[in-house]
Structure formats: structure tokens, C-alpha cells
Design a protein around this ligand. Structure first.
Ligand SMILES: [Mn+2]
Length: 269
């Protein structure tokens, strides 16, 4: 079954449709993996969310930081950012169903020798450990008390993993790593505020610190990193919403499909 992994959409529904045409997507035959950040900053977040949800079993999607932002906005736990384009979702007649569907998406997906996560994994986490930790977050998101979890989600502390973490701190570290991480120290301290050129000397790209003999990771979240197709990393955020491209990679043979994007926001990350 051909599996196409697709980069960050961020509300670029027209580009998604063009990309699906580019590889002649057939829902009876193909599967789609989405690296998360389906929504926000682009012009058609509502359309994008409806489209991906309508794909049903043909699509797998992990949660990204913008998806969490939408869930928190909907509950009143996050402030509206100047470049948010989420109001059309919050005001839609099917908002509840869409948000409920989004909240039930996984943090991590592992299948056929590949692991997908939105941003990254910490150096101490093997794939099997990360899988178990992802399930702790998924359980909290699907539990009756999920609003309390979302209320305690935001924050950058603690900034490192410890096995004895409990409660909201434990879940917050898991979410921050899987949905926000770019740089960390070799000891696994997350440097969430670090951008391109202001990285301290001990900052490492998270994927340079992965334990050996782990399966390749499919991810997005890092548009300034650009497309990376290597043995252990398939990084697919090619900056669609910034005027770059939307990328699909067929995992079986690494065939690459891309469509150009109009550019709805000024470049940044
Ligand atoms: Mn992201």
C-alpha cells in the first residue's frame, strides 16, 4: 500500500488538492501521513481540517504545535496571535466535531519501519519509549478531564526529561518535545526559544542526538531546515505557507512530489 508522507499544511488546502493530483491520489489504494500543523497562518484552515478528516482511514495525522494552539484557543486557554487564522474554524457549525476529531489524533505514529512525529524526540528516548510516552498524552487528550490538561499545557518548564516526572509536568515535556523541539543540548535540555543563528555552543539539532539503530523519523515543523531525505531523517516542512512548496514523499521508494505555494505569510519560523 503506497504511503505518502506530507509536510506541514497550515491551512493550505488548495496546495494539498494540487499535491494529491500530482501523485494521482486514490483513497482505495494509497495512504497519507500528515506530519501535523494542519491549520493556522494559511488561508483555508477550515477547508484543510474538513478535507483531512474526510479522508477517514486513508489518512494518519500526528498533532503539531499549531493544532494544540487551536485546541487551546477553542477552550479559552490560549490568546489569539496576530497571525492566527483560526476564527473560521471556531465559528464553523461543525467546529465541535472537527475539534473532537483533532483531539483524538495521535502524537506519534509507527508503522512499516517508519516513525512519524511533528517536531522531534529527545535523545534519551528510544522509539518504543517515545511510543509509550506519546500514548500517555493521547490518553489525557481523550479523557473526560482533557480541558484541565489543555489548561496546564503551555510553558517551557521543565525543559528536560526525567523518568520520575509526574502529572502535567510530565505530559508538558512530552508535548514540547514531540510538537515543538528543534534544538537541545547533548544532555537533552530543550532549547525551545533558540532560533537559527542564536544557538548556544552546546545546542544540537535534536536528530543529531538520536540513539543508533532506531528507525527513520518522518517529521515537519522546521521550515528553515528545509527538505531532508536521509537514512534516518525525513524532514518534510518545505515552508508551504511561507511561499515555499508543499512536499509529499512516498515512503516505500522515497519518490518525491512537490507543488509550489502562493506564499501567504512572510518568511519566518
Ligand atoms: Mn510546527
Amino acid at each position: 500500500m503506497p504511503t505518502y508522507a506530507i509536510g506541514d499544511l497550515q491551512g493550505c488546502a488548495d496546495e494539498l488538492r494540487a499535491l494529491l493530483r500530482a501523485f494521482a491520489f486514490d483513497a482505495r489504494r494509497d495512504r497519507l501521513w500528515f506530519v501535523g500543523d494542519l491549520v493556522n497562518r494559511g488561508p483555508k484552515s477550515l477547508d484543510t481540517l474538513r478535507l483531512v478528516r474526510s479522508l477517514g482511514e486513508a489518512a494518519v495525522c500526528v498533532l503539531g504545535n499549531h493544532d494544540f494552539h487551536l485546541l487551546c484557543r477553542a477552550e479559552g486557554f490560549a490568546r489569539k496571535h496576530a497571525d492566527d487564522t483560526l476564527d473560521e474554524i471556531l465559528e464553523a457549525p461543525d467546529a465541535d466535531a472537527l475539534l473532537q476529531w483533532l483531539r483524538a489524533r495521535p502524537m506519534l505514529h509507527e508503522e512499516g519501519g517508519h516513525v512519524m512525529v511533528h517536531a522531534g524526540l529527545l535523545p534519551q528516548w528510544t522509539t518504543s519509549k517515545a511510543h509509550a510516552l506519546a500514548q500517555e498524552v493521547e490518553q489525557a487528550l481523550r479523557a473526560p478531564g482533557y480541558r484541565e490538561f489543555l489548561a496546564h499545557l503551555y510553558g517551557a518548564q521543565p525543559d528536560a526529561w526525567r523518568d520520575d516526572l509526574t502529572g502535567w509536568d510530565r505530559l508538558r515535556v512530552i508535548v514540547n518535545a514531540m510538537a515543538r523541539l528543534r534544538y537541545c543540548t547533548p544532555q537533552g535540555q530543550m532549547l525551545l526559544a533558540v532560533k537559527r543563528d542564536d544557538a548556544p555552543p552546546d545546542a544540537r539539532r535534536w536528530f543529531d542526538l538520536r540513539p543508533p539503530d532506531e528507525p527513520p523519523i518522518v517529521c515537519g515543523h522546521w521550515s528553515t531546515l528545509g527538505l531532508v531525505i536521509s537514512e534516518k531523517l525525513l524532514a518534510l516542512d518545505t515552508g508551504c505557507v511561507w511561499g515555499g512548496r508543499l512536499t509529499a514523499l512516498r515512503l516505500e521508494d522515497r519518490a518525491l512530489f512537490q507543488v509550489p505555494c502562493a506564499g501567504y505569510q512572510k518568511p519566518g519560523d
